[in-house]
Design a protein around this ligand. Sequence first.
Ligand SMILES: C[S@@+](CC[C@H](N)C(=O)[O-])C[C@H]1O[C@@H](n2cnc3c(N)ncnc32)[C@H](O)[C@@H]1O
Length: 221
Amino acid sequence: MPELLQLDRVVGAYAKWAPIYDLVFGPVFRQGRRAAIDAAENIGGRILEVGVGTGISLPGYSPVNRITGVDISEPMLAKARRRVAALGLDHIERIDVMDAERLDFADDSFDVAVAQYVITAVPHPERALDELARVVRPGGEIVITTRVGAGDGMRGAIEKVMMPVTGRLGFRTDFPWTRYLDWMAQNPSVELVERRELPPLGHFALLRFRKLNPAAREILQ
Ligand SMILES: C[S@@+](CC[C@H](N)C(=O)[O-])C[C@H]1O[C@@H](n2cnc3c(N)ncnc32)[C@H](O)[C@@H]1O
């Protein structure tokens, strides 16, 4: 399937978003971010937040957890670093430029991997999902907040038509649930544990996937 998002365009788009991102996207995703942090902290421990952006979620994590944040956009991360320093968030261990599709971490490095409003912003979402699954330990979770595309029907058609426009703004509108189903079918190491609607308008969702340990995987196969 051809991908309409290109990494250099995404980087360019978020360089422009960085100065105003919190103002535009702060309140609208607040409930979703809280839900994602709560889900991640139910597991707790070493938490990776991919696409951490300006670090808007970072003050929400309890200091008992250790957080690593990565993002492809240096201007977004510059704001995150300033936030961490200003608020003295000592439990934020690392903030680094990194591509979600090529994470520079060993397998099974984290208890939880979080991606908030990121899966629809990367050029190859399935590659990013593969990487999230790789770096989480067996028994750990992948927590995603995202817009779920409509797929077929009028809304799906509108989403496809809008892609060239939203692609230039740094996100896609056309990533339907069937892409997650296909990804899960290719990845027997993960199981869906929750799909919950999020505001605004129920067009967004909280998704939780658990990485199975090898024994559980054998029983299920
Ligand atoms: C819509 S913003 C979400 C930011 C933040 N997670 C939030 O909750 O507001 C999408 C973020 O994903 C980042 N991003 C896009 N493509 C990426 C990639 N391939 N690897 C890492 N981060 C990426 C962007 O730079 C941007 O910071």
